[in-house]
Ligand binder design. Sequence first.
Ligand code: ATP
Ligand code: MN
Length: 288
Amino acid sequence: MSTTPRLTSPDRVVYPDAAITKADVADYYRAVSRWMLPELVRRPLSLVRCPDGLAGSCFFQKHHADSLGEHVGSITLREVEGRGEYLYVEDLDGVLELVQMNSLEFHVWGSHIDHVEKPDRVVFDLDPDEGIEWNALKAAAREIRDRLAELRLRSWVRLSGGKGVHVVVPIRPGPDWSQVKAFCEAFADSMVAKAPERYIATASKAKREGLIFIDWLRNSRGATSVASWSLRAKPGATVAMPLTWEELGRVRQAGAFDLPRALRRSRNLKRDPWHAMHRARQGLPDRV
Ligand code: ATP
Ligand code: MN
């Protein structure tokens, strides 16, 4: 029998700097679920849990546990060695059970549990080195959008709620992870080849000085990216926020939306800024 998720310790302070409690976090996810769930449901999910709020330590969790709640699904997936139980949610009840277990961040795979070996989207994560101007980061996101458009791929943009932005490209399920990853690597390399004074596509931190790292490794099997509307477990309670490309022009930083601002946006939003993405059916090109 199914029960409504309960919330214990609702008054526990989760974000001390912003005076945000566990009940506030639950209310937040309830309020934005209309916008958040389309991306979240039925994708393998990883969590950032903070049992004592930001005052204590947080941990990243990718495996299922029965204690997470009865609305939290589990799926057995192949790992590098053996198999592991992964988790996913179907609905708001699942999200609220994870909040009850002190989850703050929700990170998703690039595929659904219904076809886990066939990714249905790729994410280019743009990470600016210190000193990169926000306007330069926006220009980079737009350049990637335009270059993708030349390949007949429409893309969507999100503020990470941290330092950078994500450019997200839905694709028709078909190619496997290795094919998708190869495309992403080739695409990132082509961006670097054109503007090595601005971009880097290798993970080595030492060489990143003054550059924007185009992280294509998010598109490996098992890698995740933060879900839109997820809170970040960072001071200030910033939110990963999906935008229209037009809106990006008016935003001043990757952490532009904190919890109250995200709530306000959620209330005023007439339509999902990514509404057309959920219907896009784009084939992965053979070459970049
Ligand atoms: P920013 O814009 O600040 O770069 P981001 O969301 O792009 O924010 P991070 O917050 O640095 O990037 O997160 C890195 C990614 O790696 C996350 O999206 C998450 O899916 C994954 N990740 C984070 N912590 C761990 C961990 N402990 N183990 C495995 N993967 C992790
Ligand atoms: Mn990033």
